[in-house]
Design a protein around this ligand. Structure first.
Ligand SMILES: Cc1cc2nc3c(=O)[nH]c(=O)nc-3n(C[C@H](O)[C@H](O)[C@H](O)COP(=O)(O)OP(=O)(O)OC[C@H]3O[C@@H](n4cnc5c(N)ncnc54)[C@H](O)[C@@H]3O)c2cc1C
Length: 317
């Protein structure tokens, strides 16, 4: 059994939370397969950080230290990861269905001539094969997918898999992995405002839709979000109206989020919006229309005017 590999995700030399989620999920799959977890780390100056992955169940880290891999590029990461995977021949390769993972996944699967299950929300093992559960038809149906090719590749939806501390230090092996020709490089990184919480990593999200009426009214949501240490999201209508940036959009053509708490304010709950937040653990809908579809998905329905409820809620908190 060649084992379960993960491709770690780092930014500026620090692992992202999704890496720990993927490592923890990989450990469970590996235990059921009677295998070990190996992490591929592509980056620069991360030697010390690598061993820490052991805490999350990683037995071994293959660390390719290369300035060309310090920042993610589609070509560099595909070339380097594909070469290592061809060499090590793992049975399973897992990584996050983050922006990076979504970019890398298809390219990597094509390069390795195998299949990929994207945006998975559960993993199991049956008959020595990984079974990946993933949403289809904008989340209306969940499909159990078995990939016949090798390795079986799956990307995991952020914030769905628990981070589990199960080990100590991982053995770190320095490897060389050629980034090859990088045809498209990152020209500039425009970081979001200091202190702004990334929607895909937020545990609480307060979102606003067309019911917010105008851009300035989002200050109400910012205030509530400040009290809850939450990120502020938006429906596509709010984004199309120019009230919020596209990076705030939640949904099928925006971000897929899975916070512990999602508070939808003045959002009707169109299928394309639900596709992005439907797997949130607790959903609160504040909408004055009792027939709004969001109420069929919400755990708590506040059928009232958001301009009365939100300030009151902020005051209470
Ligand atoms: C291909 C495609 C992709 C799409 N992708 C996305 C996507 O990624 N994300 C997304 O969100 N949408 C997406 N959409 C658009 C989607 O279909 C809806 O049009 C959109 O989600 C509606 O946004 P909304 O709920 O803010 O607005 P509306 O549907 O207009 O709903 C506004 C809601 O606010 C309530 N309201 C109004 N005033 C108040 C008040 N004072 N207090 C309380 N409630 C109030 C109303 O009762 C209403 O339910 C997509 C559509 C297509 C075709």
């Amino acid at each position: 059994m060649a084992g379960v590999w993960i491709i770690a995700e780092q930014r500026d030399g620090e692992f992202r939370k999704i890496t720990y989620e993927v490592a923890s999920a990989a450990k469970k799959v590996a235990d059921e397969l009677g295998a070990e977890v190996t992490a591929v780390v592509l980056g620069s100056g991360m030697q010390d950080a690598c061993a820490e992955l052991g805490k999350y169940g990683v037995a071994k880290v293959l660390y390719a230290d290369d300035a060309a891999l310090a920042t993610y590029t589609t070509d560099g990461y595909t070339n380097a990861a594909a070469a290592l995977i061809k060499d090590g021949a793992p049975d399973v390769v897992l990584f996050g269905a983050s922006t990076q993972g979504k970019d890398l996944g298809g390219r990597l699967a094509a390069r390795l001539d195998t299949g990929i299950a994207v945006d998975c929300t559960a993993l199991a093992v049956e008959g020595g094969k990984m079974v990946a559960t993933r949403p289809i038809y904008a989340g209306k149906v969940y499909a159990d997918v078995i990939i016949n090719g090798s390795p079986q590749i799956a990307s995991l939806r952020p914030n769905v898999f628990d981070v589990v501390e199960s080990g100590g230090e991982a053995a770190v092996e320095a490897v060389s992995a050629d980034a090859g020709e990088i045809k498209a490089a990152v020209a500039e990184v425009q970081a979001s405002e200091e202190g702004k919480i990334d929607l895909t990593e937020a545990t609480v999200i307060v979102s606003g839709g067309r019911g917010m009426k105008e851009a300035d009214n989002f200050a109400l949501l910012e205030e509530l979000a400040g009290k809850l240490n939450a990120a502020v999201g938006a429906s596509r209508s709010a984004v199309d109206a120019g009230w919020r940036s596209h990076t705030d959009q939640v949904g099928q053509t925006g971000k897929v989020v899975t916070p512990n708490l999602y508070i939808a304010c003045g959002i009707s709950g169109a299928i394309q919006h639900l596709a992005g937040m439907g797997s949130s653990k607790v959903i609160v809908a504040i909408n004055k229309d009792p027939d709004a579809p969001i109420h069929t998905k919400a755990d708590y329905c506040v059928i009232s005017d958001l301009f009365d409820v939100v300030p009151e809620l902020t005051k209470e908190i």
